[in-house]
Design a protein around this ligand. Structure first.
Ligand code: UT7
Length: 324
C-alpha cells in the first residue's frame, strides 16, 4: 500500500520576460545571465494571474488528470512565500476558486522547499486516514516580491504554480520516503522581510523592504552540499542507490548548482529533468511545475522511481522518493 500521485497540473503566466527584456531594467546582459544561471526567460504574472489564480488553474488540471472532483478533496496545502494576502491563506482562496467545499486549507512557508514539505505532510495525513485526498500545491508570484533595481536577484526568479493530487493506493507504489531538514541559523543569507511593522517597538532592525535579499555565492555553496547530503542519506536509508532512480526532478534554481549536483551524485545528465532555462527559479512552484512538465511529456512510467530534492530560504532543504 502507498500514498500515490493521482494527477499533476501546472500553470504559467502568459507573459514571458527574456534576458534581453531585463537589459532595459537593470545593468545586466543575456550572456551573463545564461552563463551564470542557465536562465533564458521566465514567466511574469499579469492581470488575473495572482498566486491563487495560478494555483487554482494548476489544481484544476491536476484534478482533471487524476479524475478526482474538487469536492472529494479533504485538504489543500499551498507552499508559497508570495501569498495573495497575509490573511486569508492562498489555500483558502484556492478552495473558493475551485469549489473544494469539503476541504480545510492552509499555507505552508518553507520557501523553495515548500512543495516537498507539503508532500511529506500529505503523506502522513493520508497514512492516518486512507480515505483522504489532498491537493499539494506550490505557487508563487515572486515578481511581486523582487527589488527590480537589484540585479543580483531580479534576474533569477519567475512566477508559476504546480499541483498534485495525492491519495491512497492498495498496491506497492507511492511515496517511499522523505528526508527534510532546516537550519534557521543561516536565515540572513536568503530572506524577505514582510510589511513594515506598524508597531514602532517591533520594527525589524535593518529592514530593507519586503523583497528577496540574497548572498548568492554563500547560498550556492550551501545548496549543492545540502541537496547532495539529503539525497545520499535518503537513498541509503531506503537501501537504494542513485542507479535505482529513473528520474531526478530537482528544485530549478540555477544550472550551475544542478550541474555540480549531477557530478556529485554521479547521476547521468539524461536522468535529470531541467526546465530552468524557460521558467527561472519559481521557488515552491519549481518542483511541481517540472513534475507536471515531465509527466505530460511522457517521461514518467508506472513503477519508475522519481527523486526530488530542494533547497531554499530558512534554510530549508530535503529530498523525497516516489515509486510512480
Ligand atoms: O533557491 C535558492 C535560491 N538561490 C539561488 O539559487 C542562487 C544561488 N546563487 C547563484 O546562483 C549565483 O551566486 C548568482 C547567479 C546569484 C551569482 O553568480 P556568481 O557567479 O556567484 O556571481 P557574483 O555574485 O560573485 O558576482 C560576480 C560579478 C559581480 O561583479 P564584480 O564585483 O566582479 O565586478 C557582480 O556585481 O557579477 C556581477 N553581477 C552581475 N553582472 C551582470 C551580479 N549580478 C549581475 C547581473 N548581470 N545580473
Amino acid at each position: 500500500m502507498g500514498i500515490v500521485v493521482l494527477g499533476t497540473g501546472s500553470c504559467l503566466p502568459k507573459r514571458v520576460m527574456t534576458n534581453v527584456d531585463l537589459e532595459s531594467i537593470v545593468d545586466t546582459n543575456d550572456e551573463w545571465i545564461r552563463s551564470r544561471t542557465g536562465i533564458e526567460s521566465r514567466h511574469i504574472g499579469g492581470k488575473d494571474e495572482q498566486t491563487f489564480k495560478l494555483a487554482a488553474k494548476a489544481s484544476l488540471k491536476a484534478l482533471e488528470s487524476a479524475g478526482v472532483a474538487a469536492d472529494e478533496i479533504g485538504l489543500i496545502v499551498v507552499g508559497t512565500i508570495s501569498s495573495h494576502m497575509q490573511m486569508p491563506s492562498t489555500a483558502c482562496f484556492v478552495q473558493n476558486e475551485i469549489g473544494a467545499n469539503k476541504a480545510f486549507a492552509y499555507d505552508l512557508n518553507a520557501a523553495c522547499s515548500g512543495f516537498l514539505y507539503g508532500l511529506d505532510l500529505a503523506h502522513k495525513y493520508i497514512l492516518a486516514d486512507h480515505g483522504m485526498k489532498i491537493l499539494v500545491i506550490g505557487a508563487e508570484t515572486l515578481s511581486s516580491r523582487l527589488d527590480w533595481n537589484d540585479r543580483n536577484t531580479c534576474i533569477l526568479f519567475g512566477d508559476g504554480a504546480g499541483a498534485v493530487v495525492l491519495g491512497y493506493s492498495e498496491d506497492d507504489r507511492g511515496i517511499v520516503g522523505t528526508n527534510l531538514l532546516s537550519d534557521g541559523s543561516l536565515w540572513e543569507l536568503l530572506h524577505m522581510h514582510g510589511p513594515e511593522s506598524a508597531n514602532p517597538e517591533l520594527k525589524v532592525e535593518g529592514y530593507s523592504g519586503a523583497f528577496i535579499r540574497m548572498e548568492g555565492r554563500e547560498v550556492f555553496k550551501h545548496a549543492v552540499r545540502a541537496m547532495e547530503d539529503s539525497v545520499t542519506t535518503l537513498l541509503a536509508r531506503e537501501g537504494l542507490t542513485i542507479d535505482d532512480v529513473s528520474l531526478v526532478i530537482p528544485h530549478q534554481a540555477n544550472i550551475r548548482i544542478l550541474n555540480k549536483l549531477i557530478d556529485r551524485l554521479k547521476v547521468s545528465q539524461d536522468k535529470v529533468f531541467i526546465n530552468v532555462s524557460k521558467c527561472g527559479n519559481t521557488s515552491a512552484a519549481s518542483i511541481p511545475i517540472a513534475l507536471d512538465d515531465a509527466n505530460r511529456q511522457g517521461l514518467i512510467a508506472k513503477d519508475d522511481l522519481i527523486l526530488f530534492c530542494s533547497f531554499g530560504g530558512g534554510f530549508t532543504w530535503g529530498a523525497a522518493l516516489i515509486k510512480w
